[in-house]
Write a protein that binds this ligand. Structure first.
Ligand code: URA
Length: 203
């Protein structure tokens, strides 16, 4: 798909989110919906759990303390936010930062699939177990972090793609924990090599 077409698709998905056109209470109760953002030609898609207070205020994903940490990890592999696409499973802040419910996740999944379909990323990075468990329900992040996984996902009727994923700890878990910080940076450092392998296999 051409980049203009991808951008148009992503823009139209973002406007559905901005218009709160998803039938859950969170879509009404949040201050600002938080659509995914980034490059329409990104090879790397990063998926978090749900917006926090700062994201809710600004209507943008990962702009609080976890976002600063994410920016630092991206910089450590020579990337900036505008080189990747950053989104969340749930696009509206759950009150008091509670975990999103199974019903809220389910109600937002078609939007996430549309984002994946528009972007067709080479690699999807999950930040935290909540994001990872949506696709891999039995995964334990302590065991699975930093190791790529593959799964066929169904993005729509008759649209099945083989997708590579990389589960990582959530940056919030590592903010005040030095050894987990190091683990996250070490896991992040594997991304360029994983992308290089994916690109080589697909040549
Ligand atoms: N944590 C998330 O999972 N997503 C955000 O956008 C911010 C913090």
């Amino acid at each position: 798909m051409k980049q203009d077409k991808r951008q148009a698709k992503l823009d139209s998905i973002a406007s559905v989110i901005a218009n709160r056109a998803i039938d859950i209470e969170l879509a009404k109760s949040c201050l600002n919906p938080v659509p995914g953002e980034g490059s329409a030609s990104a090879e790397l898609m990063i998926i978090g759990e749900a917006p926090g207070a700062k994201e809710d205020q600004l209507g943008r994903p990962f702009v609080g303390a976890s976002g600063k940490f994410l920016d630092a990890m991206l910089a450590s592999i020579g990337l900036e936010r505008q080189d990747v696409f950053i989104t969340n499973i749930v696009k509206f802040r759950p009150p008091k930062n509670r975990d999103p419910s199974a019903a809220e996740i389910k109600a937002c999944m078609h939007i996430l699939y549309q984002e994946i379909d528009a972007l067709r990323p080479k690699l999807i990075v999950f930040l935290g177990r909540h994001a990872a468990n949506v696709f891999f329900p039995n995964l334990t992040i302590g065991e699975a972090h930093g190791e790529p996984l593959m799964q066929v996902i169904e993005l729509g009727p008759k649209v099945r793609v083989k997708q590579t994923f990389l589960p990582l700890y959530h940056p919030a878990a590592a903010l005040y924990n030095g050894s987990m910080r190091k683990t996250l940076f070490d896991d992040f450092a594997k991304i360029p090599q994983i992308l290089a392998i994916i690109n080589k296999v697909k040549l």
